[in-house]
Design a protein around this ligand. Structure first.
Ligand code: NAD
Length: 419
């Protein structure tokens, strides 16, 4: 095992690049197209000062990556996390391009991040950090240039501050600059639960093709933040038994099914709930629980060569970005486990972000029912396209998703005469 582990690639950028390369080659594109698409077209690094509550000034480092804008403006979330790296932000922007391609949205991928730990910062310090980051990147973003959104440890309040800061810099109201806003500031109905809704639709479609009845099925969810907690609730409401959930501090397990409504009420705004319990298990044990459906909804590199053979789930739907390494993907696929990759599984978030941007541009707002109907249509269409490609070509779902997702961008690049 240790020999194998040493050959595993845990760098999310280079491992993503290897799948992009294979997808482009299967689509018949040469090395120039790969060379253009393997890295973002633009990568901005910023350092900016933030006044802390005690009067001192701290300098933070942030990034904004714009992978490719051949199809349209770039789009993607902003992450506040101590482990943010340049490579991670680049990989996340690449994944966004593929996601938008699969769902047929008129965007390329973008992503941002700031190295910080908002859990250690006050509300006002977080506000000054959010505003400082927008001032630092304001030249390269905008409603028809690059449109940010929430990601790990950023939420609708952070989007509200960022939208306000951007509107003040530009001197006009700019709701279309950022998505994931509160409803009163131009947010869309259903945006806060959209990632989880999309994951739930993928679970339903995957269960259908595998002949699994969701009623009474056993579900395990890693991560209890925006994506994981709502997903647990939707699965619980759909009649499944959520037997395990976790956060960064540990995991809870009950074979009879956890009380999801009470856990939802008790979690904090960072998705922490297990600290309230004595009887916890580890995240490693959680992932290896005997279950039908496993949803990693936390962070990268959780299913690796170390545990891929121990996973008991029949279906894995990735709500998190990059939770499974490429080596583990191969093992799971060889073992006949249906793995719905991140670029499809969590695309509900960017789909409803797109709806929000369309509504902002139109100044005309949709009902929640209309948002849900359109989300359902795009998710089912995306799932079918990826599943049918995987089946027809006898390849795993991740490679199939990359082929579907990158094709339109490559076509647009050729038509523009870039390659
Ligand atoms: P969040 O910050 O709301 O929640 C993250 C959850 O993961 C928390 O419960 C946290 O405690 C847990 N966690 C953190 N580190 C962990 C660790 N080492 N082990 C186990 N759990 C850990 O974030 P989110 O918005 O729910 O995002 C989760 C994942 O979903 C990320 O990969 C993100 O990129 C992806 N995603 C989110 C959205 C969205 O709309 N929020 C959209 C697409 C993809």
């Amino acid at each position: 095992m240790s020999d194998e582990t040493s050959t595993e690639n845990l760098n999310v950028l280079t491992s993503t690049q290897s799948v992009v390369k294979e997808a482009l080659s299967k689509l018949g594109y040469g090395s120039e197209m790969y060379d253009l698409l393997r890295e973002p077209l633009r990568m901005l690094t910023v350092r900016f000062p933030v006044r802390m509550d005690d009067g001192t000034v701290k300098v933070f480092t942030g990034y904004r990556a714009q992978h490719n804008d051949a199809v349209g403006p770039t789009k993607g979330g902003i992450r506040f996390h101590p482990d943010v790296t340049e490579d991670e932000v680049k990989a996340l922007s690449l994944w966004m391009s593929i996601k938008c391609g699969i769902a047929n949205l008129p965007y390329g991928g973008g992503k941002g991040g700031v190295i910080c730990d908002p859990r250690e910062m006050s509300f006002r310090e977080q506000e000054r950090l959010a505003r400082g980051y927008v001032r630092a990147i304001s030249q390269v973003v905008g409603p028809s240039k690059d449109i940010p959104a929430p990601d790990v440890m950023t939420n609708s309040q952070v989007m509200a501050w960022m939208m306000d800061e951007y509107s003040q810099i530009r001197e006009f109201d700019s709701p279309g600059f950022i998505t994931g806003k509160p409803i009163v500031l131009g947010g869309s109905q259903g945006r806060d639960t959209s990632t989880a809704r999309g994951v739930a639709i993928c679970i339903r479609e995957a269960a259908k093709v595998r002949g699994i009845d969701l009623t009474g099925s056993r579900v395990v969810v890693q991560g209890f933040g925006n994506a994981g907690s709502y997903l647990a609730k939707f699965m619980h409401d759909a009649g499944a038994k959520v037997i395990g959930i976790s956060d960064a501090y540990g995991a809870l397990h009950d074979d009879k099914g956890l009380d999801i409504d009470s856990l939802l009420e008790r979690r904090d705004s960072f998705g922490t709930v297990t600290k309230l319990f004595k009887n916890t298990i580890s995240n490693k044990e959680l992932l290896e629980l005997d279950c039908d459906i496993l949803v990693p909804a936390a962070i990268e590199n959780q299913i690796t060569l170390d545990n891929a053979n121990e996973i008991k789930a029949k279906i894995i739907v990735e709500a998190a970005n990059g939770p499974t390494t490429m080596e583990a993907t191969r093992i799971l696929s060889d073992r006949g486990i249906l793995l719905v990759p991140d670029v499809l599984g969590n695309s509900g978030g960017v789909i409803v972000s797109y709806f929000e941007w369309v509504q902002n541009n139109q100044g005309y707002y949709w009902s929640e029912q209309l948002v849900m109907e359109r989300l359902e249509e795009l998710m089912v269409q995306s799932f079918e396209m990826v599943y049918n490609t995987a089946t027809a070509r006898k390849i795993d779902m991740r490679l199939a998703a990359y082929m579907v997702g990158i094709r339109r961008m490559a076509e647009a690049i050729e038509l523009r005469g870039w390659v």
